[in-house]
Design a protein around this ligand. Structure first.
Ligand SMILES: [Zn+2]
Length: 392
């Protein structure tokens, strides 16, 4: 885990939640994600269940996320939410339920509650396919065996946040704190147990230019689909109302979420075959969401409609149609793609210095600068070694 980003994120999150009354204690959040199921267009109910916190967020969490707030919530309250959630999804054969962090983390979602969730899924009588999410290190053979035995004929799918195949980006831009070994172990374990998996890949973490972000997403998506041979959930980074580093940087003019043109550009780079394993979910989230990818007022609605049609059909012609729309904002996007920037390592250190001085104070930076810079350097060197090794 990146100790510097964790410190910064803890401060930003605490400040946000102290000044903003947004307890989700025992609250369900729900939206519908347009997708395909059994080869047909399908409105997937996506429910978020309020738990006590995401454990990763207890240490600061990811730079673009504000999920998870230390809440006092007991098992009964979570079970109550689950009962309501299964009522909400009545008669839908495929539903997705996410928690703040990780469904298979015993600390966040106790074995008793998890067992209850799978029992409710099994008993409800309408489900064929059930999706949830986990961090890879929480997935064990025992937990998978239990889930499968309770679910019976219901097929299970687990979403896992990978974000980028580039270790340096994951560690120094996202603060994902994910070990590639844990990740690959869980991928193989889920395959062994014949459980579907959806690997989350983001577009545009902080510190990357628009062009670098597009390239990193394409590279990661192709790696997951072609090498690991599993599904990708593609998530353009959104803007929260607070409690994230991306929001803080945005206020300083140092970060923008990706434009819709970039979202299209990533999809355009994928082959028909790759698109079979590619999912772009709803541009939606729970209520601390502020903004999602957009272009200008003239073309945004039209492009979103075309993306919606793609989500329902996976037909690339909708994306091509969207990409061919002529609009003045495309020139702004093309300018963004030409943005010149320092080499990534230098750029990150420069940004860290600014963030440290503003958020933790000048003295903090003077006293701690050495280990912070050394950490970025080590991650960068390790990343180059990993990339060389993967080429061999
Ligand atoms: Zn436009």
């Amino acid at each position: 885990m990146n100790k510097f980003l964790s410190l910064v994120m803890l401060k930003l999150r605490n400040d946000f939640y102290q000044n903003y009354d947004c307890s989700y204690n025992g609250l369900i959040s729900r939206h519908t994600s347009p997708t395909m199921y059994n080869g047909k267009p399908y409105d997937l109910p996506f429910l978020e269940i309020g738990t006590k916190d995401c454990k990763h967020a207890e240490f600061g969490g990811c730079t673009m996320c504000n999920f998870g707030k230390d809440e006092k919530i007991n098992e009964n309250k979570i079970i109550k939410q689950l009962e309501i959630a299964f009522e909400i999804c009545r008669k839908k054969p495929f539903v997705h339920m996410a928690v703040c962090g990780s469904t298979f983390d015993d600390w966040e979602f106790s074995p008793l509650v998890r067992k209850k969730m799978f029992e409710l899924a099994n008993k409800c009588g309408y489900l064929e396919y059930f999706g949830t999410e986990s961090r890879p290190e929480d997935i064990t053979p025992e937990k998978l065996e239990e889930a499968k035995s309770i679910l019976g004929d219901i097929k299970l799918s687990i979403g896992i946040g990978f974000e980028s195949s580039n270790f340096f980006i994951r560690e120094c831009c996202v603060n994902k704190g994910l070990k590639k070994g844990d990740f690959l172990t869980s991928v193989n374990l889920l395959k062994k147990y014949n459980i579907d998996q959806e690997i989350h890949v983001i577009l545009k973490p902080p510190f990357l230019t628009e062009k670098e972000a597009i390239e990193d997403s394409i590279k990661t998506i192709k790696y997951v689909i072609n090498e690991l041979k599993v599904y990708v959930i593609f998530i353009p980074v959104n803007m929260r109302i607070g409690g994230t580093l991306t929001k803080w940087l945005n206020e300083k003019g140092l970060y923008n979420i990706p434009m819709l043109w970039s979202v299209l550009e990533v999809i355009m780079a994928l082959s028909e075959k790759e698109l079979e394993k590619f999912i772009i979910p709803a541009f939606e989230s729970s209520y601390t969401l502020q903004q999602v990818s957009e272009n200008c007022d003239k073309c945004t609605r039209r492009i979103r409609e075309l993306i919606l049609n793609f989500q329902y059909t996976k037909n690339k012609k909708f994306i091509e149609g969207a990409m061919n729309i002529k609009c003045g904002c495309k020139d702004i996007w093309k300018e963004r793609l030409k943005e010149k920037a320092l080499p990534l390592r230098e750029r990150i250190i420069k940004n860290y210095e600014f963030i440290a001085k503003e958020i933790l104070g000048n003295n903090w930076w003077i006293e701690n600068k050495n280990w912070v810079v050394e950490y970025v350097r080590c991650c960068s060197v390790l990343n180059s070694k990993k990339q060389e090794k993967s080429k061999e």
